[in-house]
Design a protein around this ligand. Structure first.
Ligand code: FRU
Length: 306
């Protein structure tokens, strides 16, 4: 009798338990090169928000703290733990090429976000066109300066592809004008480095008309150095990224004359990951649009780069 009751109870328990939808779970490993800059914090937030709209996705985030070796180790860990897909925003092209290629060759789809690697061993690259942004900045600056002026260029890490593209694009943009780069330095994307380099530029040159920095933290660092020297009113500052709470705010405050948008691509990476995980074919290259924000265009949402 008791056996009968137990089996009835078991039957009731098993068949009346609430049923959960059988959605397959996919694990995505997200390797971020650092979280020391607001732009990267925003990228992770964009990924988190987009992934939260898809209950079948689980994202594991790792922060390499600006260390290539640590980032390589993170990718190896993702391979070993059997993630279904990797999203990676690499620090530098050369050192991250091998671990990414290893993952790809093992059959794990890889989305490379924002900074490129060498070679073709990845599933999809997502990012804005940095050469185009640099060129647009160059043309815009030449116009702002009335065709001539003395410029300081504060470069992003030149072993990362956005630094190279923003540099060569810019040089193309000012070509043929009377604009001259009188001082250039690699500030490695970091505001404190930019501030220091700008202090050297200020001590060497009595006339500086404009600072072109490869990102907004760099432009802000240069502004702080010029302000401390009492010379900020004598020159213009231009940056790249245009986060609402950073570059766009500086434009509103009159600190930057312009900021060129560099979208994080976080949402697009999640959407592309879903396509891949569902077995759909995706483009190998997804180029995101960019806008320029100036005092005149900021309230209208900026202006799309042609
Ligand atoms: C953040 C950052 C951004 C820049 C991007 C380029 O690490 O320096 O400011 O636009 O990386 O990869």
């Amino acid at each position: 009798m008791t056996m009968r009751i137990v089996s009835i109870l078991l039957y009731v328990l098993v068949f009346s338990a609430p049923s959960f939808p059988q959605t397959p779970a996919f694990t995505i490993g997200m390797s971020q090169c650092n979280l020391g800059e607001p732009w990267r914090v925003q990228m992770n937030a964009d990924i988190k928000k987009a992934a939260a709209e898809h209950p079948e996705l689980r994202v594991t985030f790792k922060d390499a703290q600006n260390d290539n070796l640590r980032q390589s180790a993170h990718i190896d860990e993702f391979i070993r733990s059997g993630v279904n897909l990797i999203i990676v925003s690499p620090k530098e092209a050369a050192p991250l090429t091998k671990p990414i290629s290893d993952a790809y060759k093992k059959g794990i789809p890889v989305i490379v976000l924002d900074r490129r690697i060498l070679g073709n061993d990845y599933t999809c690259f997502i990012g804005a066109d940095n050469k185009k942004i640099g060129r647009a900045a160059g043309r815009w600056i030449a116009k702002l300066l009335g065709g001539k002026g003395k410029i300081v260029e504060l470069k992003g890490l030149m072993t990362s592809t956005p630094g190279q593209d923003r540099h060569f694009g810019f040089r193309e943009g000012i070509k043929g004008s009377g604009c001259e780069v009188i001082f250039e330095a690699d500030m490695k994307w970091l505001e404190p480095n930019a501030r220091k380099e700008m202090e050297s530029a200020l001590s060497r040159f009595s006339q500086i008309d404009l600072v072109y920095a490869h990102n907004d933290p760099g432009a802000h660092g240069a502004f702080l150095a010029a302000k401390a020297a009492g010379r900020d009113g004598k020159m213009k500052f231009i940056g790249i990224d245009a986060l609402p709470q950073e570059g766009r705010m500086y434009v509103k405050q009159g600190i930057l004359a312009a900021s060129f948008e560099y979208p994080t691509g976080g949402r697009e990476a999640v959407e592309t990951a879903l396509q891949i995980l569902r077995g759909k074919k995706v483009a190998r290259e997804i180029t995101l649009p960019s806008r320029v924000f100036t005092k005149d265009s900021i309230d209208k949402g900026g202006e799309l780069l042609p």
